[in-house]
Design a protein around this ligand. Structure first.
Ligand code: S3P
Length: 442
């Protein structure tokens, strides 16, 4: 276990400056996996510097995929694709803290035939990942023909791959990780796989598959759902790409800027994928002024440069499809809720309880430590506005998004805040605290 580190965050009077964010985490995972099973090399620039995406690269190497970092910032990688057939790892695949790695990669592992003494591939994770639900991938992958054992539906997973059958599957939980897992498995399956999701989740899996040359069909389903179909046996080809800046990491700086009427923030080369950009609509509805320029499409992903100007923040209700669309941004929106005029209510977000930590409980307890009034609901939070918070000792619960959300809340508190477990920010954004410090005017 890594030693716990602390960060001290002092109140600020403004956010001002310009940032280019590390590559989007969701896209980085998918590009690393697909580059590994593509034919020929892929060169990927602005690969996420977070530890989660390094876990994916580590697993790909264990599966026989050669890759190397090409620059000192470690954000340019060249991956030598092996085609659809990978080799048997000699040790368990260590997914670290990364649910994305375990869930999505299990779809690829399920399609591999491993020969030798040990016929299964083991996937393991850290303490937090070992508590997270995996039935959501075990059930459909088993229906496709893989044999998977687990610890009561949780990691470690032992996957015996097979010649997979295609599946027509209606996902009970709206999860982009599960959708990508099944689309990846669909590449190895006989026939056409059809996946239906109850709500439209982020589509990076579909966009990335197309970028690597696969064909798939998507159709909206009445009521907000979505269907995706993919034929098995398609070959992927390596690509050259630059990954847009991570919008979920940008959320912390956008919410920090939103706290101060005088803020001016520019975020360049930022991901603008419409299935991820709901945060921008919500912040605009709450009063933040946002303009986007230099919009372009790279390998099917929208990218742009964003300017934000702080004004007074009103209120928001996040529920239904919005909760799924904003799932990773809810902790930081909730952390700034007490400073809005009328508060924020979050509903239909039970999934937050099975993330890297129970994020509903973690937000509620840390806000209370800062002196806020909060109502914790089974599926969300009700946080009144117009509150004054004081600096406090925050427990990140070893969860990157909790550590970063409360660093933002601390900027408008009275007095200093100490964030315990601040090192967890490195899961998605190692330079977060230094960048926040550079943007904060005092
Ligand atoms: C992700 C999907 C979401 C999100 C996670 C990344 C992805 O998880 O919370 O951080 O890249 O597909 P779920 O699939 O569990 O909703």
């Amino acid at each position: 276990m890594k030693p716990e580190s602390e960060a001290i965050v002092r109140p600020a009077r403004n956010i001002r400056g310009s940032v280019t964010l590390p590559g989007d985490k969701s896209i980085s995972h998918r590009y690393a996996m697909l580059a590994g099973i593509a034919e020929g090399p892929s060169r990927i620039e602005n690969y996420s510097t977070g530890a989660d995406c390094a876990s994916t690269l580590g697993c790909m190497r264990a599966l026989g995929v050669a890759w190397e970092r090409k620059d000192s910032a470690a954000s340019v990688i060249v991956v030598q694709g092996r085609g659809l057939s990978l080799s048997a790892p000699e040790t368990p695949l260590d997914c670290g803290n990364s649910g994305s790695t375990m869930r999505m990669l299990s779809g690829i592992v399920a399609g591999q035939k491993v020969t030798g003494d040990q016929t299964f591939v083991e996937m393991i994770g850290d303490e937090s990942l070992s508590r997270r639900p995996m039935e959501r991938v075990i059930k459909p992958l088993s229906a496709m023909g893989a044999k998977i054992s687990s610890h009561h539906g949780k990691p470690p997973l032992r996957i015996t791959g097979a010649h997979l059958k295609s599946i027509d599957y209606k996902m009970p939980v709206a999860s982009a990780q599960v959708k990508s897992c099944l689309l990846f498995a669909g590449l190895f399956a006989e026939g056409e796989t059809r996946i239906e999701e109850p709500l439209r989740t982020r589509d990076h899996g579909e966009v990335a598959l197309r970028a690597f040359g696969a064909q798939l069909q998507r159709k909206a389903i009445p009521g907000g759902g979505n269907e995706v179909r993919i034929r098995g046996g398609q070959r992927l080809l390596g690509i050259e790409a630059r990954i847009p800046g991570d919008l979920s990491s940008a959320a912390f700086f956008l919410c920090a800027a939103a706290l101060f009427p005088g803020s001016q923030l520019t975020l360049s080369h930022l991901l603008m994928n419409p299935t991820r950009a709901r945060l921008l609509d919500i912040l605009v509805q709450m009063g933040l002024r946002i303009s986007v320029t230099q919009l372009e499409e790279i390998h099917g992903e929208m990218v742009g440069s964003l300017q934000a100007e702080g004004v007074r923040l009103t209120s928001a209700t996040i529920a239904g499809a919005d909760s799924a669309a904003l799932i990773d941004e809810i902790p930081v929106l909730a952390a700034i809720a007490p400073y809005t005029e009328q508060g924020i209510e979050v509903r239909d977000a039970k999934e937050l309880r099975v993330k890297e930590s129970d994020r509903i409980a973690a937000v509620a307890s840390n806000l209370r430590r800062m002196g806020a009034q909060v109502e914790e609901l089974e599926d969300g939070l009700r946080i009144p506005g117009g509150q004054t918070l004081h600096g406090a000792e925050i427990d990140s619960c070893s969860d990157h998004r909790i550590a970063m959300a409360f660093a933002v809340a601390a900027l408008r508190a009275k007095g200093e805040t100490l964030i315990r477990g601040a090192e967890s920010a490195a899961i998605s954004y190692p330079a977060f605290f230094a960048t926040l410090e550079a943007l904060a005017e005092r």
